[in-house]
Write a protein that binds this ligand. Structure first.
Ligand code: SDX
Length: 446
């Protein structure tokens, strides 16, 4: 599939070499060096710190990588101050309003919105890879029925690497493309089967005539005893939710996939590592944690007490679905998420008291100095749980849904890294603070 040529390649080369005239001067122990400053298309400039070690023998220190750019990327741009999110330059609000998830996948993978022929070809390719090898089904039987579906996802998706290992050649574009298509196509099937396994219901095979998200909903909610009837409003709502979750620059799970893949490891196993990282409550697990928090708060009158707990350093309680490493403004995805939440509840005629708790919690928190002074706003996870529960999913499936949607981001970032001439195996250094050199002490002298 010829997806990018000519001016796009030139633009990409120009983007890569956007060194500026500016430099950062560093003086250390009487020696002064200049560090080159690199410009991107948008966002903060970066300082190339390689000379720090080469010339001055210094490392940089940045726990949690709050101020560290790990790579050049053309995929996603976030402006945390302005609350901006764009995939390949397109604002998330426009993609959610006018596009669909599969089109967004094409955009993230190949750099441009597809024309109808490209879209149809891509859709056909994905459709033909949605089934799992029959032996894959046996992996589910090894789990307890009450296993957390994220644990099942890690195990089963990782097992894909045993079915697609010898056939993988990540050194060529065709090999990378078929691996990308397979991972994108099979993730919803693996996720739906994890849900069915927990319910004790039979697995439902994908159907080739259904669109990606509709196929996923049918695999989750249909049963062999009756026909499944799609509710287009709910399918569209979930499709928008998938678009919102598709990619998000160098977040923890994406960085995990990049670091794992930097050694040349099997991409299916590397995406499984991304699923593991996403599971944490500080990351993708926050949607499950946020709904549980709203259920624990239970009513508007209990909000003040929980806000006090969130502010108390001695209390581990945090407002789940609030705050973000990058967004110091409203997460643009949360705005769209809130709108989708209202649409779904209205369509289903559900009066969910937790929505009232969530909106009142947001209102009070955003007027509270503690949250305002720390630029803590609702993030994508604050309203997603209420919506996903209304769509019929149990809380244990919320992060699984995040993983389904984020697979395209992990895969697109994996491909960008593999194809980046600058990338090499990731190997951060450290500030050693352990014991100085000391000699071995024989057992009878300890
Ligand atoms: C996702 O990176 C991504 O892009 C992730 C993601 C994606 O799409 O991939 O956007 C998805 O993971 C969204 C975030 C979901 N997590 C949560 O909602 C969990 C609750 N949020 C917090 O755990 C926290 O806000 C983080 C982890 C999201 C961000 O933490 P940071 O950037 O490390 O900020 P911090 O912990 O240094 O907090 C700064 C201050 C601290 O107080 P002080 O030490 O300055 O006094 O803000 C406080 C924190 O205690 N704080 C909170 C809080 N979040 C931060 N206080 C109460 N409740 C919170 N939610």
């Amino acid at each position: 599939m010829s997806v990018r040529g000519g001016s796009d390649v030139r633009d990409r080369e120009n983007n890569r070499n956007m060194t500026s005239k500016e430099t950062v001067r560093v003086t250390y122990k009487g020696k002064e060096i200049e560090l080159p400053v690199l410009h991107g298309t948008d966002g903060p400039d970066v300082v190339d710190i390689a000379p720090l070690n080469k010339e001055l023998g210094l490392f940089t220190y940045d726990p949690g990588f709050k101020a560290t750019a790990s790579c050049r990327s053309e995929l996603t741009f976030i402006d945390g101050k302005k609350g901006i999110l764009r995939y390949r330059g397109y604002p998330i609000e426009q993609l959610a309003e006018h596009g669909n998830y599969l089109e967004t996948c094409y955009l993230l993978l190949y750099g441009e919105l597809p024309n109808q022929q490209q879209y149809d070809e891509f859709n056909d390719k994905i459709t033909r890879h949605t089934m799992l090898h029959e032996q894959m089904m046996r992996f589910y039987q090894g789990f307890r029925r009450d296993a957390h579906p994220m644990a099942i996802m890690v195990g089963v998706f990782g097992a894909l690497s045993s079915f697609h290992h010898s056939s993988i050649n990540v050194t060529d574009d065709k090999g990378r493309d078929i691996s990308s298509i397979r991972m994108l196509a099979k993730m919803p099937t693996i996720a739906a089967y994890a849900y069915k396994y927990a319910k004790g219901q039979p697995f439902i095979y994908p159907r080739n005539e259904l669109y990606y998200t509709s196929n996923f909903l049918r695999m989750c909610f249909s049963v062999p005893t009756e026909d499944w009837h799609e509710d287009p409003v709910l399918s569209r709502a979930l499709d928008k939710i998938f678009i919102l979750h598709a990619d998000h620059e160098q977040n923890a799970s994406t960085s995990t996939v990049r670091l794992a893949s930097s050694s040349g490891a099997n991409p299916y196993a590397c995406v499984a590592a991304g699923i593991v990282s996403l599971w944490g409550p500080a990351h993708g697990g926050a949607n499950e944690a946020a709904l549980k928090m709203l259920m624990e708060i239970g009513s508007v009158k209990r909000i003040p007490a929980y806000l006090e707990r969130a502010k108390d350093k001695n209390d581990p309680f945090r407002l789940m679905g609030f705050g973000h490493r990058v967004y110091k403004n409203y997460d643009p995805r949360a705005r769209v998420m809130q709108k989708v939440c209202h649409e779904v509840l209205e369509h289903l005629g559900i009066e969910d008291p937790l929505l009232e708790v969530a909106m009142e919690l947001e209102r009070i928190a955003l007027e509270d100095d503690y949250f305002k002074s720390r630029n803590l706003y609702p993030n994508i996870d604050f309203y997603s749980g209420i919506t996903l529960r209304a769509l019929g999913f149990p809380t244990s499936m919320f992060t699984v849904l995040f993983a389904v949607a984020r697979t395209v981001g992990w895969v697109a970032q994996w491909r960008e890294m593999i194809e980046d001439p600058e990338q090499k195996i990731g190997r951060p250094r450290q500030l050693y603070v352990g014991p100085e050199k000391r000699d071995y002490i024989p057992m009878d002298q300890r």
